[in-house]
Design a protein around this ligand. Sequence first.
Ligand code: SAM
Length: 362
Amino acid sequence: MTAARGTDGVLVDRYGRVARDLRVSLTDKCNLRCTYCMPAEGLPWLAGPQLLSDDEIVRLVRVAVERLGVTEVRFTGGEPLIRPGVVGIVAAVAALTPRPRISLTTNGLGLDRLAPALRAAGLDRVNVSLDTLDAARFARLTRRDRLADVLAGLAGAAAAGLTPVKINSVLMRGVNDDEAPALLRFALAHGYELRFIEQMPLDAQHGWDRAAMVTADEILATLRAGTDPPTGAGARVEADPHTGAGLPRTGFDLTPDPAERGAAPAETWLVDGGPARVGVIGSVTRPFCGDCDRTRLTADGQVRACLFATEESDLRGALRAGADDDELARRWRAAMWGKRAGHGIDDPTFLQPARPMSAIGG
Ligand code: SAM
């Protein structure tokens, strides 16, 4: 499909997709060092003057909301909670008209402390990343011994009303792919919504290997099978939610969620008849680019039409050179017009973007 070139109004691309969901990276820095994301020593971080100020972020989000039809704003990073101004930024975005829905993707560290203030500022909900419930494995995977803090962050978010609290998990072969049922049991026991994300070629070390990737189909099969041996009676006994281990049970009954998927990246299934659900984001094996409604702003003020884009459009330079809101909106529309039809991971000419996930904003 082709569309009329967007010169005013919404962020439309040449395939007719309209971007209404804005992902804003508040920083490229992180306080974990997940092995599949960045090296132990971290990365060359953006220097202070390269980062958008709090006011610059709010101005660009205002342009997106007031002039470009953005209705959803998700703060991410890096780790967005380590940005000192995060609560004030959320409050300023919540005061925009029309008020966008506001969410945040976080590793959960410090969330127990910040959740009430974020909620009061207008944050609607959070996604918390959690790949394992085993403390030693968590410490190996993230190179930090902080599982207890993440679990406290999840509980704090739920207590503050940042619901539905969603959990994002990336499964890796031989690392944590045996934990899918335990993670789901944990989420069900606490009322969190779990989403598994297929690992994507966005790591700083360029170590992604398609053949080693745990696919959406495998994740679903593992959940349906369960890992604990069923008892003779096939009885369902809830495991300890923190370990998920040792108690007999059978696999989960997963049926397609009748709810409209829309532009959501996750395909969802009802668990054991519902209402609890589990999602799988099959970015690689079940791409959803045709329905993509996202636009991205990096912490240094670059618009990206796609996680996998190799081009960026510099709004920070324009903003600091005195561009007015009309001009910023025009540049943003032009950047989105050029969005490619798909991420092209399966294309032999695919090139991993120069920036890793942590610097784009996951
Ligand atoms: N620090 C925050 C967090 O941990 O949620 C936000 C940024 S982090 C890059 C966002 C999400 O991206 C996390 O759930 C993380 O597991 C996921 N992620 C990182 N690298 C990935 C990759 N190569 N493929 C798929 N997901 C990835």
